[in-house]
Design a protein around this ligand. Structure first.
Ligand code: CS2
Length: 478
């Protein structure tokens, strides 16, 4: 068994050309979409290799190349671990090294799908409005230069090449945690295309397809310690394994411009409308993930499992679901929201998963609108109190100040980090006023809501005076 896995890790890749190009080859895609696609291809007997593209750095390519692009995916269950070798990748390109090669690959006749996991900020949009940010330096560059830097730039220039060659467009399959993610991907692609060539934009509008998807699997960043752990488990050294929980879900809008793998054969749900699934997942999972990340980090917890092992914060998450998030949601067909919350609580508690609060806290300015602020805005408009989610926003403000409760510096990773840190004042009311003025994050309805400003200020004062754990605990039975 072990020798077999080792052989497969160092095998020659299949010569068949890839029919999917994936932009953003992070751990998440390798532990989620790639596993579904490999299984769909296996079950249907079709060949669906993937060419990966790293939009930033060569690290993943350099680690995977000597392994013939194969890697180990390790499932971390509450009761044990198991390993699977994924041999779906046909190669990896590093976009900044050779953007032309990426465009050529995306324009190749056999490519039917370009999928993306480029994270929220990769769409170069304004998170509060969903529109393309035309002042984004990569967008400014991509309007002028045919060799792009951004994900929307690669989509537009590759679609232009396909149109010029008389080929049909590829389907753009967005797999990021954005609300109506197909619409966001389509919107930024069309907006950029219009700035470059209005005829191209019209062609994409009529011929293209941008199905929405809801993706779910908890996949913490792989650490150096994980490499040793995988070696112990499998008996061989893999320089680029991925570690994931047993749970997985993929809900896909069944709207493709051309052929697609038999996703359903691998257990994906093909539906006409993904929106209720996206809302459920973004608000119930990601909304509490971010809330627990800020409050947990401030309370001194390193991982989500550690955070929910603290009964105060576990109780806080339960009251967020029961009292604030579920009342604002319409359940998707076939889902029962309180059962979904129970399953999330069990997933968070999985001690095998070391998902750092610091990792989830990253890029909050891009995540808060769809994870937390939508629920707050709708609930306030309907007259429903949302003290727990308001506390989570206050914890984000406290976190992005760059100092923790012991006065130690926090390494804040966020495209707006310097701007946010500069908003910090000695007077919490002034700090809150400054943050509410960040239009990329707070929609106008919340930015001008005096009651929300007052509640947020009180929550921030409470965090400063009493700390995250005490404040969360005070809300559990409220
Ligand atoms: C997390 C997500 O890092 C984060 O912001 O909330 O990556 C989360 O683990 C996935 O969306 C789960 O599907």
């Amino acid at each position: 068994m072990e020798a077999g896995l080792h052989d497969r890790l160092h095998r020659d890749p299949s010569p068949a050309p890839a029919r999917i190009v994936h932009l953003g080859l992070g751990a998440f895609f390798r532990a989620h979409g790639a596993i579904y696609i490999a299984e769909a291809a296996r079950k249907s007997g079709e060949d669906w290799g993937v060419l990966g593209v790293s939009l930033q750095s060569p690290g993943t390519r350099d680690r995977l190349a000597p392994q013939g692009w194969a890697y180990t995916a390790v499932e971390l269950g509450p009761e044990g671990e198991s390993a699977e070798v994924v041999t779906l990748l046909r190669g990896v390109l590093v976009a900044p090294e050779d953007p032309r090669a990426v465009l050529d690959a995306m324009a190749a006749p056999e490519v039917a799908i370009v999928s993306l996991t480029v994270t929220e900020k990769g769409y170069c949009h304004n998170p509060a409005s969903g529109r393309l940010n035309r002042d984004h330096p990569d967008i400014v560059h991509d309007i002028a230069d045919p060799l792009p830097r951004s994900a929307p730039g690669f989509l537009v220039r590759a679609l232009a090449a396909r149109r010029a060659a008389g080929r049909p467009p590829f389907t753009v399959l967005c797999c990021d945690n954005l609300p109506e993610n197909g619409r966001v991907a389509r919107g930024v692609t069309l907006e950029l295309a219009r700035l470059i060539d209005p005829d191209l934009a019209a062609w994409i509008e009529t011929e293209g397809a941008f199905p929405a998807t809801m993706v779910d699997r908890i996949v913490p960043a792989t650490t150096a310690a994980d490499l040793d752990r995988v070696e112990e488990l499998t008996g061989y050294r893999d320089e680029a394994p991925v570690m994931h929980e047993p749970f997985r879900q993929w809900v896909i809008e069944d709207h493709f411009a051309g052929p697609r793998p038999d996703f359903a054969a691998a257990g994906a749900q093909m539906v006409a409308d993904v929106t209720p699934f996206e809302h459920m997942k973004l608000r119930m999972l990601n909304g509490t993930h971010s809330s627990l990340a800020y409050l947990g980090y401030l309370a001194g917890h390193e991982t989500i499992a550690e955070t929910v092992a603290d009964p105060v914060l576990a109780g806080f998450a339960r009251s967020l679901w029961r009292d604030e998030i579920i009342p604002a949601l319409t359940p998707p067909p076939g889902e029962e929201l309180s059962a979904y919350a129970d399953a999330l609580a069990a997933r968070y508690a999985n001690p095998g998963i070391r998902h750092r609060t610091w990792q989830i806290a990253m890029d909050g300015s891009q995540k808060l609108p769809q994870r937390i602020l939508g629920t707050i805005a709708e609930s306030r408009a309907a007259g429903r109190p949302v003290p727990g989610l308001t506390l989570a926003v206050a914890a984000w403000i406290r976190y992005t100040s760059g100092r923790d409760e012991k006065g130690q510096p926090i390494e804040v990773k966020d495209p707006l980090a310097p701007r946010l840190a500069a908003l910090w004042r000695d007077d919490p009311a002034e700090t809150v006023r400054g943050y509410l003025g960040v239009a990329e994050v707070f929609p106008p309805a919340l930015a001008s809501d005096q009651g929300f400003a007052a509640d947020l200020t009180a929550a921030l004062e409470g965090l400063l005076a009493r700390g995250a754990r005490a404040m969360a605990g005070g809300l559990v039975h409220a």
